[in-house]
Design a protein around this ligand. Structure first.
Ligand code: TQI
Ligand code: CA
Ligand code: ZN
Ligand code: ZN
Length: 172
């Protein structure tokens, strides 16, 4: 079963559009056009099931959600730890910060299961999970769910399970 954060924080139901901005991508080995594409696809999986649209903005001040790649300590008291371990983290509504560990071997296109690197992590899979957190979902006990708290390296898991859909639809 799905869970929410303490106090069930969520974006106001009056919000029909959330704007996101890629604010720190220079630490990423993936080009910005590809990043844009991956995040747009990840957001669209959630937008398909709730009355909320996600649009990219290049203006940091307009953005509800900010996405950035960082190495080690990056100012929020939750330092990244180098390859593997913590891959990314996102804060609960309505904080909107979504940080990715720049030291991971991110795979943004192609088939992560065929990667020659045995530490490759599928960016879209992690993005779909972290967007769940940004929307207010905690972890699920259902193994197939995007919000299940385990992701094996070199796997791709991007399709919402019924449990994820029910969780987010009961919130929005
Ligand atoms: N990052 C953890 C996660 O996103 C950070 C975290 C732990 C967290 N507890 C939390 C974030 C509670 C919000 C609320 O779960 S991670 C997975 C998964 C991570 C883990 O790097 O360990 C995915 C990132 F689910 F597979 F374990 C992405 Cl998909
Ligand atoms: Ca890490
Ligand atoms: Zn952070
Ligand atoms: Zn999580």
């Amino acid at each position: 079963l799905y869970t929410y954060f303490q106090g069930n924080p969520k974006w106001p139901t009056s919000t029909q559009e959330l704007k996101y901005a890629l604010i720190a991508t220079s630490a990423s080995t993936i080009d910005v056009a590809t990043l844009r594409d991956v995040f747009a696809r990840a957001f669209s999986r959630w937008a398909a099931v709730i009355p909320m649209n996600f649009t990219e903005t290049t203006s940091t001040v307009d953005a509800d959600i900010t996405i950035g790649f960082y190495n080690g300590s990056h100012g929020d008291g939750e330092p990244f730890d180098g390859p593997l371990g913590t891959l990314a983290h996102a804060f609960s509504p309505t904080d909107g910060r979504f940080h990715l560990d720049a030291s991971e071997t991110w795979i943004a296109s192609g088939d992560v299961t065929k990667s020659s690197s045995n530490v490759a992590v599928d960016l879209e899979s992690v993005a779909v999970h972290e967007i769940g957190h940004l929307l207010g979902l905690g972890h699920s006990t259902v193994e197939d769910a995007i919000m299940y708290p385990t992701l094996t390296v070199r796997t791709r898991k991007v399709d919402l399970a019924q449990d994820d859909v029910s969780g987010v639809q009961n919130l929005y």
